[in-house]
Design a protein around this ligand. Sequence first.
Ligand code: 2HA
Ligand code: ZN
Length: 272
Amino acid sequence: MKVLDAEFVKGYIRMANDGWEQGWHERNGGNLTYRMKPEEVEQVKENFTPKEWTPIGTSVPKLAGEYFMATGSGKYFRNVIIKPEDSFAIIEIDDKGENYRIVWGLVNGGRPTSELPSHLMNHEVKVIATGGKHRVIYHAHPANVIAMTFVLPLEDKVFTRELWEMATECPVVFPDGVGVVPWMVPGGRDIAVATSELMKKYDVAIWAHHGIFVSGEDFDLTFGLMHTVEKSAEIFVKVRSMADAKRQTITSQDFRDLAKDFKVTLPEEFLD
Ligand code: 2HA
Ligand code: ZN
């Protein structure tokens, strides 16, 4: 089967375009990776033409031999839908988890996303934490979440609580809360390590003054998670624009009641 005819590839392209349409991907901002299922690799591998092995810049032994779809460094989400084979690649990880090679895509040259170390380290953490259920890591630059990082203390508890309070569905959608990474130079191993540490605990990591990373099982859940967090952040910005303080909000006891009915566990550390 041709790569572009496969359902999972269509799902990937749709998600990238949805992110573009939300306004989360100015210029070449953001990146999306997907860990392919073995049967999906089988479906399309007749099209693979492997290029040279290249160091990842970090070590991800749990991902040895896996195949990923990855947006290209310097490529635009805006173009994914019209020139997919120029905008993203399928890559293979070597048997040590230290090098990758492009096997399809990026036909006009280029490399996978500059945030490949963060993506792959997050994938590795999630393979372990979810027994392989999570397959999608998504990085975007949504304006309202970024705005929050200029006015709130950069603490997991503060961000979790504010985002939960801004929309009743939030504690159900991300019951573990969100982590916050202080400002760091993007693209390197240090920010990848800091982010993947948070991903052991959360599905959402906010990068101060930069954007968000989210992790999920499939395209719908992962896009939906980004969308929910950003919608909540938008409400926060509106509330703060109207008044310095909230007149009323969802209380800790309200959250406990919600958790009971919706059968989610909310960490007590976020409920005092
Ligand atoms: O330009 O978003 O963090 C891609 C990025 C880098
Ligand atoms: Zn970014």
